[in-house]
Design a protein around this ligand. Structure first.
Ligand code: GDP
Ligand code: IMO
Ligand code: MG
Length: 419
């Protein structure tokens, strides 16, 4: 039985973690964030209404859940207060009964933000002060939420009732048999230790971070599920072997949610840039936090298998399958070639990865709009074959398939590892 389930990003972020957490939150008693801050942008769509969360866990719109911001997070009090007020204006009540903020989480200050804006260009950070705040934490010069709310101030006064010892709360809940859903932010390939350093974030978004970032022992986690898109995207700089088109071409492109017949036809004639453009536009691949266009590419099994190992994933969720509709051929990267040598394992450094040429397997695509399909066997055969093939290549089961942003657009294939 799964009581404690950790959801992690398996790629470079924006895999649809928020939407899956919202879908699974129904059965959870607690929904907990453990890493990162408002560099995250998690989108949840319920009955056509769009919610964008940066700090609040995606369980917050389910009344009666406790939502928890763990000690591993870095919190900008101003942004958190704004996020709370936005929801309050929409009729949600947020207080100490449904939100607990760790007194040990670190506070992002204006100095952190200024420093990030000045120095984050090379990495392409979100400019939210994340790296500098974690730097202060490690240098032992930071301010924690407990100290922040001890002093008076507009934001401190608002947040004070919710700031508490969340470590005890989460452990006590697990001991009492409560269902705990743990929401990762960022993703494995952005992990400060395991990602494409230095083009990474400054925390451990991978599953190990859930232990340190919440104060729970590894033995308390029952299951880890990784979320991956049916293709892959990246925002910011760094190596990206299966990228279609270049960042320079992308920068010149107009932001839009639709592509022309010519875009699709040129994508189907194997013009890389147009494959990227079709994925970006059909997938609405523009950042939730910064609005930046996302670099897009084919599904990368090498990266996925690495993420499966690093996180000890027992299952994966594949999102945005609907976005591939209209592409005649869908490619999957099964290995890399680096300096003329075949490589099946994700290289440990960004420089080596930047020399990787993907080895592709081509699969048949489908034309149908699949966004209202609710069972696997109703999907076009080519879509079924695509999912079965990546499942076989990854070696772990696909627990959920997502065919649209909405709560109702999730197809459960294997519920064993779910709450
Ligand atoms: P997160 O950071 O991992 O939570 O992902 P984001 O919310 O940043 O980005 C995912 C985007 O894709 C959001 O705009 C979601 O509404 C949307 N989305 C999630 N799942 C699906 C899906 O299966 N199909 C489509 N078309 N969009 C999806
Ligand atoms: P969610 O949770 C995608 C990327 C930034 C940059 C690098 C470092 O929505 O998936 P930072 O501001 O963290 O110091 O930036 O990490 N990045 C993300 N990319 N999704 C995210 O979060 C990200 N959070 C950080 O673009 O390349
Ligand atoms: Mg996001």
């Amino acid at each position: 039985m799964t009581n404690v389930l950790v959801i992690v990003g398996a790629q470079w972020g924006d895999e649809g973690k928020g939407a899956i957490v919202d879908f699974l939150a129904e059965k959870a008693d607690l929904v907990c964030r453990y890493a990162g801050g408002n560099n995250a942008g998690h989108t949840v769509v319920v009955k056509g209404k769009v919610f964008k969360f940066h700090l609040l866990p995606s369980g917050i719109i389910h009344s009666s859940k406790i939502n928890l911001l763990g000690n591993g997070m870095v919190i900008d009090p101003h942004v958190l207060c704004e996020e709370i007020s936005t929801l309050e204006k929409q009729g949600f009540s947020i207080d100490e009964n449904n939100l607990a903020i760790s007194s040990r989480a670190h506070v992002i200050t204006q100095n952190h933000i200024d420093e990030d804006l000045n120095k984050g260009g090379k990495v392409g950070t979100t400019g939210r002060g994340i790296g500098p705040c974690y730097t202060s934490k490690i240098a032992r010069t930071g301010t924690r939420m407990g100290d922040f709310v001890a002093a008076e101030g507009k934001f401190a006064d608002k947040l004070k009732p919710m700031v508490t010892d969340t470590t005890h709360l989460v452990n006590e809940s697990i001991t009492a048999g409560k269902k705990v859903l743990v929401e990762g932010a960022q993703a494995t390939l952005l992990d400060i230790d395991h990602g494409t350093y230095p083009y990474v974030t400054s925390s451990n978004p991978s599953a190990g971070g859930a232990c340190t970032g919440l104060g729970i022992g590894p033995t308390r986690i029952d299951s880890v599920i990784g979320i991956g898109k049916a293709y892959i995207t990246r925002v910011g700089n760094g190596a990206f072997p299966t990228e279609q088109g270049t960042p320079e071409e992308m920068e010149k492109e107009e932001k839009s949610d639709s592509c022309t017949e010519e875009d699709i036809s040129r994508a189907n004639s194997n013009e890389d840039y147009f494959v990227g453009k079709v994925l970006r536009r059909q997938g609405r691949e523009y950042g939730t936090t910064t609005g930046r266009p996302r670099r897009c590419g084919w599904f990368d099994v090498v990266a996925m298998k690495y993420a499966i190992e690093i996180n000890g994933m027992s299952a994966v969720v594949i999102t945005k399958l609907d976005v591939l509709s209209g592409l005649k051929k869908i490619k999957v990267c099964t290995a890399y070639e680096i300096d003329g040598q075949p490589v099946k394992w994700f290289p440990p450094d960004n420089n080596t990865l930047s020399h990787a040429t993907p080895v592709y397997e081509s699969l048949a695509g489908w034309d149908e709009d699949i966004s209202s399909i609710t069972s696997f066997d109703k999907l076009p055969l080519a879509a079924q074959e695509y999912v079965k093939r990546i499942e076989q290549l990854m070696g772990v089961p696909v627990a959920i398939l997502s065919v649209g942003p909405g709560r109702e657009q999730k197809i459960v294939l294997d519920s064993k590892e779910l709450l």
